[in-house]
Design a protein around this ligand. Structure first.
Ligand SMILES: [Zn+2]
Length: 169
């Protein structure tokens, strides 16, 4: 029997694929950030269903580990894949700029003068960024409210990153 994914419902294969954030990180790094050195160990995990944050990056006190936390809702296939891609790329721009990473700081403030967006455009991620912003503007809050009302059904594997432990971006 052929298995056809119904529109709007997560396909099991895709859903599983969304679990594998490490392979997303590798793919995005190789495609768009190959010139950026990896100066420490980088962990990436789904973190929390934040209302007003898609991702964060922070550096351990001894600078040996960078943690990238992704909004848990981005594992759901109702969220377009480009939102996950852009979120990871946004955090990698911070890494490249020396925020949440041991690399030298390239600017004083992590988001000053749209420095992240301009870097994304320079790295040919402008189209995806535009799509992502469009989707977020139109659908994020209703989507968030719906997920919260359902008691976060279907979400797996939240890892807490204590936001009190130093700066994050
Ligand atoms: Zn940021």
């Amino acid at each position: 029997m052929a298995s056809l994914a119904l529109p709007g419902l997560p396909a099991p294969e895709q859903q599983r694929h969304r679990h594998d954030l490490v392979s997303y990180l590798e793919t995005i790094w190789n495609a768009y950030f190959a010139d950026i050195p990896r100066a420490n160990t980088i962990h990436i995990a789904y973190c929390y269903p934040w209302k007003n944050r898609l991702g964060l990056i922070r550096l351990s006190c001894d600078h040996t580990v960078t943690q990238i936390g992704i909004n848990t809702l981005l594992q759901l296939t109702q969220v377009p894949e480009y939102v996950l891609t852009v979120t990871i790329a946004h955090e990698l721009v911070h890494y490249a700029h020396g925020f949440g990473s041991p690399l030298p700081r390239r600017c004083q403030h992590p988001h000053a003068n749209k420095v992240v967006d301009r870097e994304m455009e320079r790295r040919t991620l402008g189209g995806l960024l535009c799509d992502c912003n469009g989707w977020i503007d139109k659908y994020w809050y209703p989507f968030y409210d719906m997920q919260r009302a359902s008691g976060w059904a279907g979400l797996f594997g939240s890892q807490s990153i204590r936001s009190t432990d130093g700066a994050y971006y």
